[in-house]
Design a protein around this ligand. Structure first.
Ligand code: SIN
Ligand code: MN
Length: 201
């Protein structure tokens, strides 16, 4: 791992996970996806998002015509699988938080997927950070401000990088403009997996 990078209070830990740990985590997430298949969320207006999602933990974050919210079950009705241990280990090491995460959101970016600038603000307790783990192809991560608008800064997140959005940066706007398909050999197919860990209640 190289030194942490601070962008507007977001702590980025480049190369935090070594390759064997990334492989172990990718395998664990494949098992999560087998138990709780990826879905294409739609907005309240029925527009499909380009990122496909599932989750592990007590809650998953879902979006459908009823709006977006945390839910204790996958849209198909099953409970979310438990958060894999290697993922929890990252939280213990970097979160500085006494509570354990209740949601590991799994975002799958195919070659053309993106995620617009947004805040993570559907949780109850903003003293707990959001911890984000990148696996697979590079993703161009954009960081704005806590308030809407203003300037932004971007950084390519690579496989094994961890980002922590905590403290004054907990509610910062962030998004992913695009991925660079084929830049990682980890997943054996073009695409990017992002895991975000959150305390929900
Ligand atoms: C997110 O904000 O949920 C995902 C961030 C990322 O994909 O890096
Ligand atoms: Mn987010």
């Amino acid at each position: 791992m190289t030194e942490a990078i601070d962008i507007r209070g977001v702590q980025i830990l480049p190369g935090y996970l070594d390759r064997p740990t990334q492989e172990q985590m990718a395998e664990a997430i494949r098992a999560v996806i087998r138990a709780a298949p990826l879905v294409t969320p739609v907005t309240r207006w029925g527009k499909p998002m380009s990122v496909r999602m599932t989750a592990a933990g007590a809650y998953g974050w879902i979006s459908d015509r009823g709006g977006y919210r945390y839910a204790p079950q996958h849209p198909a009705g099953m409970a979310w699988p438990p958060i894999p241990e290697p993922v929890l280990a990252v939280w213990r090491a970097v979160s500085g938080c006494g509570r354990m995460p209740e949601c590991c959101l799994v975002n799958w970016y195919g070659p053309d997927a993106r995620m617009g600038l947004h805040q993570d603000r559907d949780e109850v307790d903003f003293t707990a950070p959001v911890v984000s783990i990148s696996l697979g192809d590079d993703g161009l991560f954009r960081i704005g401000n806590v308030a809407r608008g203003g300037s932004t800064e971007s950084i390519w997140l690579r496989s094994g990088d961890v980002a922590v959005l905590g403290g004054a940066a907990r509610l910062i706007h962030h998004g992913v403009d695009r991925i660079r398909p084929g830049t990682s050999t980890l997943l054996g197919a073009p695409g990017r997996l992002n895991l975000t860990l959150r305390v929900v209640r």
